[in-house]
Ligand binder design. Structure first.
Ligand SMILES: [Zn+2]
Ligand SMILES: [Zn+2]
Length: 438
């Protein structure tokens, strides 16, 4: 998960701890025998997975430097009997589990990098690498990917088709997915579908997702004018015009982050206030030079259509105003050298099918449908894989209020309940089996 602007305070999600979501847990209904085998195998390897996760946590490596991490992954996959390719787009590792029988080809992606961070860790197995910390949970993602590979390798004789494991470096720089693709990932593997997850503040024992975008669409808008003899009036006009083009006025509940996960207004409610909006998410930044006046602001929108419509609207508002002659340009995502960060876009049919199969095996309470996207500037370069291959990106719950654990990535007290490793390995091993059988 890449966060474009600022670190979010843990307090923003305190509401989650108070809401009704927290009673969810794994509650298996009557799984068929292969899913029972999945669960017994996961139970059998769980302690070893916790050890692996803690080893990654103690030895975190920043984007582009994941040498040790990738060596550990490759050795593990080789020991499971998978075909392994290393050095794909940097320290990317690809594991191929070929059942030897024709069938579907399903890919699972895990990001593996840590982040620069001097914030002291809250666990007693903290980082040995000064200034580097797994504060986004990719150590957990990596471990779950390895766990799924282990479980599915143990069921290989009962499966048809091929499962690919894509261990991606440099997610935090928004570079690793593109680097793997540029290095020929999709010549090496030919997945029909691709899946992946990110740790999230939802309760342990749950996953959450939605079809289409899982994060907000965001951009930096820049409006450039010719220098005017009354720049203050021009700035004033532009600010007021853009503010009033937003969906919500200044006093709306939308702006109170405590509502993000509330059962009535938050993203888990079908009528959430975070379903349909365009919102300015930063102060206006004004830059005056001898010949131009530039006004910049961060814009978030719940959908791509809303983003495009907003940009068209403000352009037209200026063009039909008395300032039309002074307008030079309306631009967005204009910074050279900065990556355009995008949200994963989930395939609707696969979102429906996979969440249904997981709930039918593990119980409805384990799957939280989402109906909106919080107005933060989060992104994940999993989005680039989905441009070539349809797939789904899930949030995996990692919080446990009874233990005081709040799994909000990039926050100082970020911590996960390691039981979520079990949830991830069980749910997604079973999901992949169901996809192979579909
Ligand atoms: Zn992150
Ligand atoms: Zn992340």
């Amino acid at each position: 998960m890449t966060l474009a602007t600022k670190i979010i305070r843990t307090s923003l999600i305190v509401q989650l701890l108070l809401c009704g979501l927290l009673t969810f847990g794994q509650n298996a209904t009557m799984p068929s025998s292969i899913h029972q085998s999945v669960q017994s195998h996961t139970d059998a390897i769980f302690d070893s997975l916790v050890k692996i996760r803690r080893d990654f946590h103690v030895n975190p490596e920043v984007s582009g430097k994941e040498k040790r991490t990738s060596e550990k992954i490759a050795a593990y996959l080789l020991a499971l009997g998978l075909e392994v390719k290393t050095g794909v787009g940097g320290y990317g590792v690809v594991g191929i589990l070929n059942t030897g029988r024709a069938g579907k080809r399903i890919a699972w992606r895990a990001d593996i990098d840590a982040m620069p961070s001097d914030i002291p860790d809250v666990v007693d197995f903290s980082s040995k690498n000064k200034g580097v910390r797994h504060i986004c949970g990719h150590d957990v993602h990596t471990t779950i990917g390895m766990g799924i590979a282990n479980v599915l390798a143990s069921q290989k004789e009962k499966l048809e088709g091929t499962i690919y494991f894509v261990f991606q470096p440099a997610e935090e720089m928004n570079k690793g997915a593109k680097a793997m693709i540029a290095d020929g990932l999709f010549n090496l593997i030919k997945p029909d579908e691709i899946y992946g997850l990110h740790i999230s503040p939802y309760p342990v024992g749950t996953i959450a997702t939605k079809s289409a975008n899982v994060y907000t669409h965001f951009t930096i808008v820049e409006i450039a004018y010719k220098t005017s003899n009354n720049p203050d009036a021009l700035v004033d006009f532009t600010k007021k015009m853009m503010m009033s083009a937003q969906t919500y006025g200044p006093n709306a509940k939308f702006w109170d982050n405590n509502n993000l996960f509330s059962p009535e207004l938050g993203v888990t409610n079908p009528n959430t206030i975070y379903k349909d909006y365009t919102a300015l998410m930063s102060d206006f930044y004004i830059k005056k030079s001898s010949d131009t006046l530039k006004i910049r602001v961060v814009l978030n929108a719940s959908t791509k259509e809303r983003l495009d419509a907003f940009l068209a609207l403000i352009k037209s508002n200026i063009e039909t105003s008395k300032y039309s002659k002074e307008l030079l340009s309306v631009r967005f995502n204009f910074q050279k050298g900065l990556p355009v960060m995008e949200t994963p876009m989930n395939d609707e049919e696969l979102t429906n099918k996979t969440t249904k199969s997981i709930s039918s095996i593990y119980g409805k309470q384990g799957v939280i449908p989402l109906y909106g996207v919080p107005p933060f500037q989060f992104s994940d370069d999993f989005a680039y894989f989905q441009k070539s291959v349809p797939g789904v990106y899930y949030f995996l719950g990692g919080s446990n209020p009874e233990k005081g654990i709040v799994a909000m990535p990039h926050t100082p007290n970020f911590e996960v309940d390691e039981e979520c490793i079990k949830t991830g390995v069980n749910y997604f091993s079973s999901m992949i089996i169901e996809r192979l059988n579909d």
